[in-house]
Design a protein around this ligand. Structure first.
Ligand code: ADP
Length: 401
């Protein structure tokens, strides 16, 4: 079965085509600048040169048609016809409390995703455009939706409620939802498989450290607490997001700097984090480079970033009364040995025996970076959200047949 995985944003659409018999990627790519002048489609097939096509793509339906044209193109394609796509899986950022797992799309599901627009005003409407664009191009193909929030729906109320008047939860569903759920779910399963131990026995702290970053406490296979909140702004310091801060700073900033609420929101989401503290970049590679050539602001940004990860690990070890596995994943977590070292250096009290040599090894496979016999296993686990979306879609479509 061939499954097309789609991640639709407001002006972009990423895709990966999977052959599920081997779980291999036949082709992948992205359309950028949808609705702007000169949209760009980049198409990649392993072993071939990348294809880059510039054209005018005004909306998502055309973007999906261009992707399908590319997948079936005589020279660049990998399929005979679009009839060779048996199902489509979509990534959806917010499933609210309505979606505790992935589901096949029907009219009710679409209505419910619409009802959640308020909770994710930037993301969910764009995902809906992606769903409709696929419907218009492939009307008979089943589609599934996989939610970033669903994995965290197992959190107890002690983790997900905010200590504010209950009316906000009752009327407006203000609570912690958490994100990166697809990734935390995937990497925790990979970790258990790597260790050859049942997931149900393990206490795992999963650190997804990319541009956006979150830590999750996974108790016996289920999300118990997570650092992102009602929105992805809470928790760790990120590339351009502040993470945790005293909420009283918001009215203070509005008064002192004569800012609007929108300006403060944009400051906290787009102009804070690594970017603001280093004054250099939101990209960890550039911050580390500057730090290594002696830039003090870059060093401070790096230290704050690592310190906050360590604090969350400590608090989640307390929350679960122990930890067996700490894992690092996503762009920074998988690639930055210096960050992993800085985080782990302060965790010897957990019985963690860090292995510097293993930490420096480069590999695209799951691996341990602690010494054999360490009381806590620290792993680097490459994430693969698209594969989990493809697997869930496959399971749902097969289950229905
Ligand atoms: P997103 O949240 O956008 O999916 P990714 O998981 O792709 O992000 O992570 C992107 C981040 O990974 C970038 O900010 C980049 O700084 C970081 N990154 C990638 N490679 C390295 C590296 N070798 N060292 C440090 N950081 C890296």
């Amino acid at each position: 079965m061939n499954i097309l995985v789609i991640n639709a944003g407001s002006s972009s659409l990423k895709y990966q085509l999977y052959d599920m018999t081997t779980e291999s990627v036949l082709a992948k790519g992205r359309v950028e600048r949808i609705g702007m002048e000169s949209s760009i489609l980049t198409h990649e097939v392993e072993g071939r040169a990348d294809v880059r096509e510039v054209s005018e793509i005004l909306e998502h339906t055309t973007a999906v048609r261009k992707v399908l044209d590319m997948l079936t193109h005589r020279s660049f394609g990998v399929l005979e016809s679009i009839g060779d796509i048996q199902a489509v899986g979509h990534r959806i950022v917010h499933g609210g409390e309505s979606f505790k797992e992935s589901v096949l799309i029907d009219a009710d599901v679409k209505l419910e995703i619409r009802n959640l627009f308020d909770l994710a005003p930037l993301h969910n409407p764009a995902h809906m455009m992606g769903i409709q664009a696929v419907e218009a191009n492939l009307p008979d193909v089943p589609q599934a939706v996989v939610f970033d929030t669903a994995f965290h729906q197992t959190m107890p109320a002690t983790s997900y409620l905010y200590a504010i008047p209950k009316v906000f939860y009752r009327k407006h569903k203000v609570r912690r939802y958490g994100f990166h759920g697809t990734s935390h779910d995937y990497v925790s399963k990979q970790a258990a498989a790597f260790l050859g131990r049942p997931l149900e026995e393990l206490k795992i702290i999963s650190c997804h450290i990319g541009n956006g970053a979150s830590c999750t406490a996974i108790l016996h296979g289920k999300s118990y607490d997570t650092s992102m909140g009602m929105t992805p702004l809470e928790g760790l310091m990120m590339g351009s997001r502040s993470g945790d801060l005293d909420p009283a700073i918001v009215p203070f900033a509005i008064n002192k700097e004569d800012l609007t609420l929108n300006e403060v929101n944009s400051m906290l989401n787009k102009h804070s984090g690594l970017m603001a503290v280093s004054g250099i970049s939101s990209d960890m590679r550039e911050v580390v480079e500057a730090m290594e050539s002696g830039d003090e602001n870059a060093r401070l940004a790096f230290e704050m970033y690592a310190y906050r990860i360590r604090k969350y690990i400590g608090s989640y070890a307390a929350a679960m009364n122990g930890v067996d596995v700490i894992l690092f994943t996503a762009g920074v977590g998988e690639n930055s040995a210096v960050l992993r070292k800085r985080v782990c250096e302060g965790l010897t009290f957990l019985g963690l025996d860090f292995d510097e040599e293993r930490n420096e090894l480069r590999s695209s496979e799951t691996r341990s970076i602690t010494r054999d016999g360490s009381a806590v296993n620290v792993l680097v686990v490459p994430t693969n959200e698209e594969l989990l979306i493809a697997r869930d879609t496959y399971r749902l479509v097969i289950g229905k047949e």
